[in-house]
Design a protein around this ligand. Structure first.
Ligand SMILES: NC(=O)c1ccc[n+]([C@@H]2O[C@H](COP(=O)([O-])OP(=O)(O)OC[C@H]3O[C@@H](n4cnc5c(N)ncnc54)[C@H](O)[C@@H]3O)[C@@H](O)[C@H]2O)c1
Ligand SMILES: O=C(O)CC[C@@H](O)C(=O)O
Length: 417
């Protein structure tokens, strides 16, 4: 775990006077824009990702940032984003964001942990059939005027074994769908998971690779999953087996996969995610896998269905609104989770501070010196930051807010009135 680098204390509350500014990147669904606009926010919606330097520049004065998987949010982009209240990752993966830096800059990150999982599971199931029947190759041939009616190497999926690596929201749904086609389902996960249907967990990755006709990856991008399918693991797969990766591009060693396909050790592959992906739809793309037989290449569209995107738009916009309006951090992936009922007739102070001893004492001294009455106070901390939601009498709330923002330990303070 890297050491947190706290920004200098802001000395002033975040200004939330006037309409809040929202920047949505990467073609986030219009459902999010509609919800945020309905609250009176100024919403700018762009179709592509921004490079970190441009992002840093354009984040000045922005209160809410919405991204998907292509926008990298490094610490540098957060340094001058003094007004940034929260980031919405309109997807599942949050590996593109420096979560520690966001947390110590007082910026919670919200994602959509379930909304696109069914879409991914359906696409992967389709790919199992497409690969075993070599449908894309046959289709390409007929498009080119070639008639190759062959059965060799084509199989039914009934009775074949699907090996799922990562039995989370996607992997477990996929297992249930695959059983409905008569497949045998094995899974390997680092956590103990409830097997659904007749699926069976195996104790090691190698045990899964040795038995599976199809191996599909559904793990997050993290140090322990980096290149987890390398030359050794690919060699451990059954001859003629197919590999599917719709998780993250860093999980599979692409040159090793290309080699395993060229040598015909593997019978095919479907790849949706790549170590480096273009930022927008007009950019070109090159991978070593292009042109190989029985290889399905898709442009990171596992979760790209209208149903999933509309639902993600609403889910993440709802989290952002609950945070802006009441300070709720439930579901934030990098922040202490707090959700306090609204106290009508009070003003709510939202404060993020360095988690060092004595901060609550200092804050309560300010409240007491200003003779303010506390109606509610909820504090939750993690290793780096403390997150405080406090409801006060309206007449003193602004003074209290300004005094708290002046504390050495302060990271971000605002008032919701
Ligand atoms: N292609 C797409 O468009 C698309 C869409 C959605 C999600 N994704 C990717 O799919 C990933 C999985 O999504 P999910 O919703 O199922 O996540 P999840 O968190 O529900 O499940 C991930 C599972 O992987 C397991 N795991 C972690 N490290 C492992 C390891 N080393 N070996 C085996 N298992 C391990 C976890 O214990 C967990 O059960 C996401 O993190 C995201 O990167 C891609
Ligand atoms: O929509 C995207 O950009 C990412 C989809 C997927 O990889 C996710 O993490 O949810």
């Amino acid at each position: 775990m890297s050491t947190p680098r706290f920004p200098p204390s802001p000395r002033r509350p975040v200004s939330t006077q006037g309409p809040l500014r929202v920047m949505l990147l990467e073609n986030i669904h219009a459902s999010a824009q509609e919800m945020l606009k309905a609250e009176g926010f100024e919403v700018e919606r762009l179709s592509a990702a921004l490079k970190p330097e441009e992002l840093a520049e354009r984040l000045k004065g922005v209160h809410l940032l919405g991204i998907r998987s292509k926008t990298t949010v490094p610490e540098e982009a957060l340094k001058y984003a003094d007004d940034l209240l929260a980031i919405g990752a309109f997807c599942i993966g949050t590996n593109q964001i420096d979560l520690l830096a966001s947390s110590v800059h007082g910026v919670p990150v919200f994602n959509a942990p379930f909304s696109n999982t069914r879409s991914v599971a359906e696409m992967v199931l389709a790919e199992v059939v497409v690969l075993t029947r070599q449908l894309f190759d046959r289709s390409r041939e007929v498009h080119a005027g070639q008639w190759r009616k062959v059965a060799t190497g084509s199989h039914e999926v009934r009775g074949k074994t699907l090996g799922i690596i990562g039995y989370g929201h996607i992997g477990s749904q996929l297992g249930v769908l695959a059983e409905s086609l008569g497949m045998r389902v094995l899974y390997y996960d680092v956590m103990t998971k409830l097997p659904l249907g007749n699926s069976r967990s195996v104790p090691t990755l190698n045990a899964l690779l040795a038995e599976s006709d199809f191996v599909t990856l559904h793990v997050p991008a993290m140090a322990s999953t980096h290149l987890m399918m390398g030359p050794e693991q690919l060699a451990a797969m059954k001859p003629g087996a197919c590999l599917i990766n719709a998780s993250r591009g860093t999980v599979v060693d692409i040159p090793a996969l290309a080699q395993a396909l060229r040598s015909k050790h593997l019978g095919g592959a479907a790849v949706d995610v790549y170590p480096e992906e273009p930022e927008g739809n007009s950019d070109g793309f090159v991978t070593e896998l292009q042109g190989l037989p029985n290889v399905v290449l898709t442009p990171h569209i596992g979760g790209s269905t209208e149903e999933a995107q509309a639902s993600i738009g609403k889910e993440v916009a709802t989290s952002l609104l609950k945070f802006v309006k009441g300070g709720a951090t439930t579901g934030a992936v990098n922040f202490p989770n707090v959700e306090a009922p609204i106290n009508p007739g009070t003003h709510r102070i939202i404060n993020v501070h360095r988690n060092t001893p004595g901060v609550l004492r200092d804050i309560n001294r300010i409240v007491s010196d200003l003779n303010a009455n506390i109606h509610a106070q909820v504090l939750s901390t993690d290793a780096n930051v403390g997150y405080l939601v406090m409801d006060l009498d309206q007449d003193v709330s602004r003074q209290v807010c300004e005094a708290i923002a002046g504390l050495e330990t302060d990271i971000k303070t605002r008032i919701v009135s």
